[in-house]
Design a protein around this ligand. Sequence first.
Ligand code: UGA
Length: 445
Amino acid sequence: MRVSIFGTGYVGLVTGTCLAEVGHQVVCVDVDAAKVRGLEEGVVPIYEPGLTPMVKANHAAGRLRFTTDAADALDFGEVIFIAVGTPPDEDGSADLQYVLAVARSIGEHMQRPSVVVNKSTVPVGTADKVRAAISEALANRGIDIPFQVVSNPEFLKEGDAINDCMRPDRIVVGAQDEDAVAMMRRLYAPFNRNHDRMMTMDVRSAELTKYAANAMLATKISFMNEIANIAEKVGADVEMVRKGIGSDPRIGWHFIYPGAGYGGSCFPKDVQALTRTASQYGYQARVLDAVEAVNDAQKGHLFELMLRHYGNAEALRGKTIAVWGLAFKPNTDDMREASSRRLLAQLWEAGARVRAFDPEARDESRRIFGERSDLVLCDSADAALEGADALAVVTEWKQFRSPDFAMLKRKLSDAVVFDGRNLYEPIDVETQGLAYWGIGRGRSV
Ligand code: UGA
């Protein structure tokens, strides 16, 4: 099939590339000419394992191309995806200006009956707004072309997006019309060979499904962080508790890892946006309010542990803290809403210096923080330890999982490890003569 995708951000690029990989003809449109030129030359602007070779291979095979020309894309595609960003507004609701700008552009250039598929994460009711924007643009041209608006939310995880896209656990399609469903079925047939993973429903339910999925996962994390905080108070070890509850299949093992709080471009934004949608309909989403409040506090928890260790903020003045991990999670260079940002701000506020290492997020952190005398971005985990007083682990990159604790003891002059992702067993660290602080590991009784 011929597919046009508006937006070459994370979702658009991964989706377009995977659709090309299974044999569809795909054109990706973006307003950013430099980005489009780069993509045509195989320069992928985001770090996502496996994506660059796949983009290059499909481009070379003639199944994937990039353009700034919306008219070309509308002339080409039978299925038109909207996959542009929905950043939060000042009040936390999703800003639809990019989605609606694409919708207008679709209406301005549409040549034949089309299925318009919204893949951006958008509040319930957005499909109606997209439909209205397209209709208005068509009316301005004085023509009437039939079209359908379908909701097809994405469930990609950064760092594992290719796998999620190629082997989806579900494909949610919200549509009003049988023909549109049939079109989506043809499009996704290559992903549906052995099991039918496509679920069809009404448009609003599909839109809400996306938010409900992310809000549920965020809730599990905040719940577990709350249990960790209680564990610290009562002298229990949350890692034992996690094992104790995860074995119940109704609870499950996923997303119950306590830590330094959730970040990224999705959970923080989507929890807030769903809360806003609820309040616009006169409902106060109390669970979601709490999920957000717990997460916000949790981002400051590592610093709290430092205060407990050192006694007060004044004692941190002049200290050098090695920080392992800046990205909001492993296998990405994305630092949006990353817990590291809060920790660094708190350390700087207290007059401490930071030597940080992240395997991928160095350029991104340079872009965010610029040059500053209290931040050294290091080339390796070991280099971050040079001259450091203490170590804080903020992102659970695999390479941080089994450090040489004897070496840590030699290098860290205050001999203390703050483990924001519970990567280590306290006993392994302590037997080397280091103090250990983890999340929810029963330390403050
Ligand atoms: C999330 C969802 O997992 C995807 O299913 C969804 O498609 C995506 O948002 C989206 O809406 O686009 P992502 O933001 O890439 O994906 O990252 P996650 O792997 O979900 O991690 C989010 C944050 O939660 C990270 O900061 C991670 O460290 C934290 N986390 C995760 C925990 O603190 N504990 C856990 O047990 C799991």
